[in-house]
Design a protein around this ligand. Sequence first.
Ligand code: ZN
Length: 348
Amino acid sequence: MTIPFFDGHNDTLLRLLEDARPDKVALFRDGLAEAHIDLPRARAAGMAGGFFAMFPPPVKTSLSDVAASPANAKGELPPRLDLADAQRSTNAMAAILFRLERAGTLAVCRSAADIRAAMAAERLAAIFHIEGAEAIDTDFDGFEVLYAAGLRSLGITWSRANAFGTGVPFRHPADPDIGPGLTDAGKELVRLCDARGVMIDLSHLNAAGFRDVAAISTRPLVATHSNVHAICPTTRNLVDWQLAAIRESGGVVGLNFAALFLRPDGANDADTPIEVMVRHIDALVEALGEDGVALGSDFDGATMPAEIRDVGGVPKLLQALLDKGYGQALVRKIALGNWLGLVERVIG
Ligand code: ZN
């Protein structure tokens, strides 16, 4: 029996954008074996939908820019990205998303009701998410346009600084308390997101920015793709006070499947057993309660444990939880119910 699941984070739109072949709809619909997610494998695995991230990539003008990936980073923040460059790539990824919708492969969902309707119609449910607000200007004109297009989830920063805040550099072992908090524009962005029902994703934000969001936002706090710092002490994972703040707000954390955010040694090594993922889930359930834990794979954006490999491996993780003694009801909440409930509470 396949357990349906909803995924808190994938970079599949960027993966499709960067593929040299022009027909992105065909790549996604008919299968793209090199990617972690395509339609045939998503359906077979029980993927009901997920947050489809638009991450504006570094503009690849030099080797050091290309080296801005976690594996290659030297512990410094990657360079800032210009508004125009971010708008160009975000526009291109949004266009792919809407072409996929037009072709009938997925439905762009603006509420929990939309997700349920997509599931009933057996269409993949996609939430329009931007990872880093570089495509938004400080007059918020871009916010209006993106919101009208369907934006319902937003990471204020990726792991770099922008007009709104500062993300964490990729460091291990290190605490996420690095760098300044939100700018005035960043604080305004939080209020705007709250007012419109746009979910704020804390996953790449530094500790000072996290504190600012927690102080300003009246909504549940969410980290779509982060793990437990006490197990894997990377800047990208959540320390105890952050987990406590998320729990207190009634928020959710999605388990990141990336090897380097799972392993205690922080190595970007696919030879990482599912057991390590289960350890993080155990700790997240302990810290957040049964309503606070979900999935946030980072598919198409990171090195996966070999046993998982791609979206087809998610049922193995859910089976591992059942084998560990997690009841059916709890596994179904971690897989799907907790994201649906959170979307309902924050987005509507
Ligand atoms: Zn990310």
